[in-house]
Design a protein around this ligand. Structure first.
Ligand SMILES: Cc1cc2nc3c(=O)[nH]c(=O)nc-3n(C[C@H](O)[C@H](O)[C@H](O)COP(=O)(O)OP(=O)(O)OC[C@H]3O[C@@H](n4cnc5c(N)ncnc54)[C@H](O)[C@@H]3O)c2cc1C
Length: 415
């Protein structure tokens, strides 16, 4: 019996394997790296049903242009002549409108809620996993009138869509954070959001899948495919040929290159971001986003992770220290008493978020193929959406009707 091959062992590949092995499918995961670190290990770990608006939204273009002039800003597109980047930017601009946002909301919301429910189920099934899923909500903190207006409008939109959102005064924030001052004009709390430790989740899942008989080939790069008709029969790697029953592309920011090998178009750019850990002193209790700077704050008791910036960077992984400074300087701007220490360069984590130009993931069959599926492009929500999209792919793989409507996630929508 030939295995189903998952290309890419990030969190999306692992959750896809998790649901497939539950169905008794023989799974082989192939990754070009050693799986000690990728975009899935050091991110902010937020589970965010509140994030119902895709990255491609009105306002992103004007903000994006103003941010281009600051080396410490939260969003940046390195201007360069690159046909792939220009095409991606054009598709992003075309998608950044109100009707796209309106169309996307139910797709993102339903996938997010499914994922959150699957995380709760996962925690119950695997109490030993210690993924530290903390269901304490997410606080969007703002300091300026302009961002207050946006966040409050967004809170109303979230409520209209059935999500809980509480508008907080500085006094309310003080009650949530009793240990230190928070410099804020106010905040919106989404009680339905949660956060976890992504490194612990990733490590647990990897070990668990090995125990369940999933095979891993690491340091093995997929170079091409052997096709006949509408099927892929085998993948060709730097280490030889492997026959496949079905193939699932979970290649993160590199998924566009994999699709090119198969002859279909899947626009994708890496959105580079950074994070670093600090001693949590004085203790910040509440997971938050510092909205003007788009910095994520994920507390884990004694330690805390700060992460942010989105630099549309292709697959360039070089650390841009000014962007890290942007994250670092945000800490005391919002929490003046926090004992922040600039991290040494080898303690700075970086990752490439796989970004589609319309801000929605690609989930489903690859155009023109009956045995190739794609699960990629989850951008800044890969951890949040991984169980839901993994479950859906396993349903499609098993020729079952998926639990959700998938039209917004169609793989061939840019072909
Ligand atoms: C600073 C930061 C903060 C974030 N915070 C959050 C958050 O709070 N919540 C959230 O949900 N998400 C967050 N994200 C986003 C999240 O990390 C990503 O969406 C997610 O990790 C993507 O997972 P993936 O499996 O698609 O990609 P990856 O983790 O990048 O995995 C893809 C894998 O495919 C392999 N691969 C690619 N091409 C090939 C090939 N040809 N052959 C073999 N292997 C190949 C790669 O080596 C890689 O291991 C954040 C990201 C960043 C950078």
């Amino acid at each position: 019996m030939k295995p189903t091959i998952i290309i890419g062992g990030g969190i999306i590949g692992l959750f896809t394997a998790y649901f497939l092995q539950k169905e008794g499918v023989e799974v082989l995961i192939i990754d070009k790296e050693d799986l000690k670190d990728n975009c899935s290990t050091g991110n902010a770990g937020m589970i965010v049903p509140s994030h119902i608006i895709p990255l491609a939204a009105p306002g992103m273009i004007s903000k994006g242009i103003s941010w281009m002039f600051s080396s410490k800003s939260p969003f940046y597109i390195h201007p360069r002549f690159d046909a792939k980047l220009l095409k991606w930017c054009l598709q992003f601009f075309k998608s950044a409108n109100a009707s796209h946002v309106e169309r996307s909301i139910p797709f993102l919301k339903n996938l997010s809620l499914l994922s959150k429910a699957l995380y709760q189920e996962f925690r119950e099934e695997h109490p030993e996993s210690a993924i530290a899923l903390q269901e304490k909500g997410l606080m969007m903190i703002y300091q300026t009138e302009a961002i207050e207006k946006e966040e409050v409008e967004f809170a109303h939109l979230a409520r209209k869509n059935g999500l809980e959102a509480d508008i907080l005064s500085p006094k309310d924030i003080g009650n949530i954070e009793p240990n230190l001052e928070v410099k804020a004009r106010g905040a919106v709390l989404f009680p339905g959001d949660a956060h976890l430790d992504p490194g612990k989740l990733y490590g647990f899942l990897k070990d668990y899948l090995v125990k369940k008989g999933v095979t891993f080939f690491t340091n093995t790069e997929v170079k091409s495919f052997e096709k006949s008709g509408n099927k892929v029969n085998a993948i060709i790697t730097n280490d030889g040929k492997i026959e496949a029953e079905k193939v699932i592309l979970c290649g993160g920011s590199w998924s566009g290159e994999l699709s090119k090998m198969l002859g279909f178009y899947l626009p994708m750019m890496g959105g580079k971001g950074y994070s670093f850990l600090q001693k949590n002193k004085p203790e910040i209790k509440q997971a938050a986003i510092l909205t003007e700077m788009k910095v994520a704050v994920s507390p884990y008791g004694e330690h805390i992770r700060f992460g942010g910036t989105m630099e549309i960077a292709g697959t360039n992984q070089k650390i841009n220290i000014n962007r890290v400074k942007g994250i670092f300087e945000s800490i005391n701007r919002y929490y003046p008493d926090f004992e922040a220490k600039f991290p040494e360069e080898n303690k700075i984590w970086k990752g490439l978020r796989p970004c589609s130009p319309d801000g929605l993931p690609y989930i489903g069959f690859a155009p023109g193929f009956s045995n190739v599926l794609v699960n990629s492009g989850h951008s800044m929500m890969g951890v949040s959406l991984a169980p839901g999209s993994g479950k859906i792919i396993s349903e499609l793989h098993q020729q079952k009707d998926p639990v959700l409507e998938l039209k917004g996630f169609e793989v061939g929508r840019f072909s």
